[in-house]
Design a protein around this ligand. Structure first.
Ligand SMILES: Cc1ncc(COP(=O)(O)OP(=O)(O)O)c(N)n1
Ligand SMILES: Cc1nc(C(=O)O)sc1CCOP(=O)(O)O
Ligand SMILES: [Mg+2]
Length: 212
């Protein structure tokens, strides 16, 4: 369903053309997943931007996950949805999506959320912030031990998020993260395409390991 690798999360971007151009430049790096996240756009802007990104990602064969919004995911037929604590019940989302689409949940630093997500049939568990995040400076911090425990005891792919950079990423992979969810370190890099491509070098090739 998805391989280990970079999980690109989009920055808040009002300009749809700029957003599409920014993501288009990163798809040759073959991210494992792209997440459309825009906390500032209204519903119609998000639908328009998400639809454009879905067409782009489909053409590249990269799954597009929608942040927060199950209804939008279903409306445009996106590849999956990511839900946090304020974004609806994962078990209900799984029922609405059916078995195929990707469902991911935020666990923050909370083990019970990981157990509940696993019981609801999610495809990955996200933990963060693993480092201080420029995008979410007040996010609670999650330990590497929690990532390792989730991989070991729940057997699901683990996503790490929050302040990840190319330099600080290797210990996360060593702890068990198979998805590195990144905004700033890629989109704010001097050369975003080269930075995204460099993340691929952190993971073993697809023939050596898969997450699902
Ligand atoms: C992969 C991934 N992990 C965590 C989050 C954060 O979700 P949430 O807590 O709902 O916060 P917002 O992103 O909605 O501000 C995420 N989006 N993606
Ligand atoms: C969206 C988000 N969620 C987080 C969490 O901890 O759940 S941290 C975060 C921001 C990630 O952006 P950056 O790569 O710029 O730190
Ligand atoms: Mg959310």
């Amino acid at each position: 369903m998805f391989l280990p690798g970079l999980y690109l999360v989009t920055p808040d971007q009002a300009d749809g053309d700029a957003l599409v151009a920014a993501v288009a430049a990163l798809l040759p790096a073959r991210p494992a997943l792209v997440q459309y996240r825009n906390k500032l756009a209204d519903a119609s802007q998000r639908r328009e931007q998400a639809g454009r990104l879905l067409a782009l990602c489909r053409a590249a064969g990269v799954p597009l996950v929608i942040n927060d919004d199950l209804a939008l995911t279903l409306a445009i037929g996106a590849d999956g949805v990511h839900l946090g604590r304020d974004d609806g019940d994962p078990a209900e989302a799984r029922r609405a999506l059916g078995p195929g689409p990707i469902l991911g949940v935020s666990c923050y630093d909370e083990w019970p959320r990981a157990e509940a997500g696993a019981a609801a049939g999610v495809d990955y568990l996200a933990f963060g912030a693993v480092y201080p995040s420029p995008t979410k400076p007040h996010a609670p911090r999650a330990s590497f031990e929690l990532l390792a425990r989730a991989k070991r005891d729940l057997g699901l792919p683990v996503a790490a998020i929050g302040g990840i950079t190319l330099d600080n990423a290797p210990p996360l992979i060593a702890a068990g993260a198979s998805l590195l969810a990144v905004i700033s370190d890629v989109f704010s890099a001097p050369g975003p395409a080269a930075r995204a491509a460099a993340y691929a070098g952190l993971f073993p090739g697809p023939s050596q390991e898969t997450t699902a």
